[in-house]
Ligand binder design. Sequence first.
Ligand SMILES: CC(C)(COP(=O)(O)OP(=O)(O)OC[C@H]1O[C@@H](n2cnc3c(N)ncnc32)[C@H](O)[C@@H]1OP(=O)(O)O)[C@@H](O)C(=O)NCCC(=O)NCCS
Length: 128
Amino acid sequence: MLNELANLHQKCFPHKPWSADDFADLKKSGCEIIASQNGFIVWRAVADEAELITIGVAPDARRTGIAAAMMGIMEGELKKSGVKSVFLEVAENNAPARKLYEQNGYVQVGVRPKYYDGIDAIMMKKDL
Ligand SMILES: CC(C)(COP(=O)(O)OP(=O)(O)OC[C@H]1O[C@@H](n2cnc3c(N)ncnc32)[C@H](O)[C@@H]1OP(=O)(O)O)[C@@H](O)C(=O)NCCC(=O)NCCS
């Protein structure tokens, strides 16, 4: 399963793919992972805050609502366990992801200049 996840991650992030071992380490560190044939989402909750660590959908399955659905599942799980807010970071030039997050109620709360190889990271938050 983790090998399939690594293959899917490679399709979504060809310039910085994560290995099956990377995903195993994330699980060991307390991350939650939901994955299907076409998409994955990874988050970590600590006390009443959570971080959306990554999300990806296979290129040929995009714009069918998979990412929004996975975020909805994540948020449902977080609410059940008492989490009050979710944070994430997204590259300033990643227009599809920024639109996805804005559409789902995330608002900008800060900027980390030049965080991703010279590209600013936009920090976003959603109160659940
Ligand atoms: C960002 C990503 C996860 C979106 O996945 P998706 O399943 O295509 O997204 P959805 O179909 O759920 O889209 C939900 C909304 O997000 C916005 N959106 C998603 N992709 C978009 C695009 N290419 N352009 C503009 N808006 C987009 C739209 O508002 C969309 O609603 P609509 O289709 O009704 O207009 C996907 O493009 C991806 O895997 N990208 C590469 C990995 C990545 O950058 N991950 C995020 C790292 S921070």
